[in-house]
Design a protein around this ligand. Structure first.
Ligand code: FES
Ligand code: MG
Length: 576
């Protein structure tokens, strides 16, 4: 049935080979699910890679969504096969879902390559489910489209917007200072998760959805549609139709994911006040598809970009408001003069072509370039003796007065040390201190947990202190805020200078000059270095052991070193 001018589809190798015995094997067992003959006669075979799981509540609706994708695939003449991959739930998984991002990417990569697929639809939602599946798909490089599962409806608590995640970080203050009771807490729990979907702040999940849309991996406007909006189902169906065409056009990931596409994504992420986790995931995706991207470029391309979106944690609205205001297309249209035009997206058109007709319906939520919510919103990358390979800070979530600050370090050697001592009334700390947390990097935690936004000590909260400078080799939740220096590289657990900081040392943070410096003289540093021993690895077997032995540092994207790059879609040997 296939068009003669088209490249032979890879699924034909399974279903329509010269070798009758092999074709029998590949077709016969599948037929037990009830497929007519023509399913195996040259129709594009589309894998629907589903991260559905009841343990990933943010993706709990994706099984139903797969049916809408299938509708679209069938309408366009393709054949859909849904398959599960490792699903990563941000909230429940210990020690952190990030530890398993690379594992899930391996699962995705091998599941795609090993099967008779011509194209792939990635159904994603919760934070890590987007980068993990995109990374895996990149290492195979088939035509691929992403259907982001969509945010929850706005959280509403006693008439106020309540943002997933962001509210949690305010909880301690509310209980200590605002008389928040247990009953209030239970009510707020329900109110902040009242529909299917992922976190509805501009946290990491929404950031990832916007990232794939700005890279061109979705249909236009896909990111902001709430999970329960009927238009999300339509988006899923249209994506199913489109992937069949993408297979015919051989529109592979590597044709979409050019250097220009990555640069556009960095600028758009700055304009929306996206999560710092964007950096690590985009670096890892670039590494898979083979595009050179340097941590510094997030600063040079993004830091001067103004904030156009007024969403928590940087602002006050939520994803549903963003969607109602016109969503990401409005931002892209507004930024069109700063974006590369020579990029192609999943629908075959350029990013600008797709979004030129977008209209803003609420200027409280999406601003224009000449009247932004903040002048410079993008992530700043710091260097200095404390972070020779870089560290990051998100100015839009920080306190302007603290962006230049010299203070005495209060060091927490481990997360346990922090948890047991932060609220000790005898802790020698004041609002000018700099909180330093070690051992929470990729190797250290392990998995680089989102603990960098340390809680402010209780005794300072009572004094009304809302923010302090905090430094660590960990990450912070995309829903969090504060003057928080993250992703210090090299991390403390492999002997970065962070490991040698002691309480009482003076540290200088100078964001305008992109500097983070430990003011301890060289002789003293050498003395401490000689006395330092690396912490014992948390586990000596299994995936964790593989991870800690091979994980790259955060400035490279924290991928496993042997996973960087791609192996393509060919497998030379058959199973029988
Ligand atoms: Fe899943 Fe926030 S916990 S998106
Ligand atoms: Mg998160």
């Amino acid at each position: 049935m296939g068009n003669k001018n088209q490249k032979k589809m890879r699924s034909e190798d399974w279903f329509n080979p010269e070798d009758e015995k092999s074709a029998f094997i590949h077709r016969s067992w599948l037929r037990n699910q009830g497929y007519p003959n023509d399913y195996f006669e040259g129709r594009p075979v589309i894998g629907i890679c589903n991260t559905w799981s009841e343990l990933t509540p943010c993706n709990g609706h994706l099984r139903e969504f797969a049916e809408f994708v299938k509708r679209g695939v069938l309408e366009a003449g393709g054949v859909p096969f849904e398959f599960p991959v490792t699903s990563l739930g941000e909230i429940l998984m210990r020690p952190t879902a990030m530890l398993f991002r690379n594992l899930a990417s391996m699962d995705t990569e091998e599941s795609i390559r090993a099967n008779p697929l011509d194209g792939v639809v990635l159904l994603t939602g919760c934070d890590k489910t987007t980068p993990s599946t995109v990374m895996g798909a990149c290492s195979v490089d088939l035509p691929t489209i992403v259907v982001p599962g969509g945010p929850m409806l706005n959280g509403k608590y006693k008439g106020e917007r309540i943002g997933s995640g962001t509210f949690v970080w305010q909880l301690k203050d509310k209980i200590k200072n605002e008389g928040f009771t247990k009953e209030d807490q239970i009510e707020a729990e329900i109110c902040s998760a009242r529909s299917a979907g992922h976190c509805m702040t501009m946290g990491t999940a929404s950031t990832m959805a916007c990232m794939v849309e700005s890279l061109g991996l979705t249909l236009p406007g896909a990111a902001a549609i709430p999970a329960v909006d009927s238009r999300k189902k339509v988006m899923a169906q249209l994506s199913g139709r489109r992937i069949v065409e993408m297979v015919k056009e051989d529109l592979k990931l590597s044709k979409i994911l050019t250097k220009e596409a990555f640069e556009n994504a960095i600028k758009i992420n700055a304009a929306i006040g996206g999560s710092t986790n964007f950096i690590i995931h985009l670096l890892a995706i670039a590494g898979r598809i083979g595009i050179k991207l340097d941590l510094k470029e997030f600063d040079t391309l993004g830091s001067k970009i103004p904030l156009l979106v007024n969403l928590m944690p940087s602002g006050k609205y939520l994803m549903e408001d963003f969607f109602d205001a016109g969503g990401l297309p409005v931002v892209i249209k507004e930024m069109k003069d700063q974006l590369h035009k020579n990029v192609i997206t999943a629908n075959g058109k350029s990013l600008i072509e797709n979004n030129v007709t977008a209209e803003c319906y609420n200027s409280e939520v999406i601003a224009t370039l000449d009247k932004p919510f903040m002048e410079e919103a993008g992530i700043a990358v710091l260097y200095g003796n404390l972070c020779e390979d870089g560290a990051v800070i998100k100015p839009s979530a920080a306190t302007p007065e603290l962006m230049t600050h010299r203070g005495k370090a209060v060091v927490f050697e481990t997360i346990e040390d922090f948890l047991s001592s932060v609220d000790n009334p005898d802790l020698d700390i004041d609002e000018n201190s700099i909180m330093v947390l070690k051992g929470v990097g990729p190797v250290g935690y392990p998995g680089m947990a989102e603990v960098g936004n340390m809680d402010i000590p209780e005794k300072l909260l009572k004094k009304g202190v809302k923010d302090m400078v905090r430094i660590s080799d960990g990450r912070m939740s995309g829903t969090a805020f504060g003057t928080v220096v993250l992703h210090v590289s090299p991390e403390s657990s492999i002997g970065g200078l962070l490991a040698l900081v002691q309480s009482g040392d003076s540290i200088v943070l100078d964001v305008p000059n992109r500097k983070l410096h430990l003011e301890v003289d060289e002789a003293e540093i050498q003395k401490r270095k000689a006395a330092w021993t690396p912490p014992t690895p948390p586990m000596n077997r299994g995936y964790t052991s593989l991870y800690t032995k091979t994980v790259q540092q955060s400035h490279l994207g924290a991928d496993l070193d042997f996973l960087v790059g791609k192996s393509g879609d060919q497998v030379s040997r058959d199973a029988h």
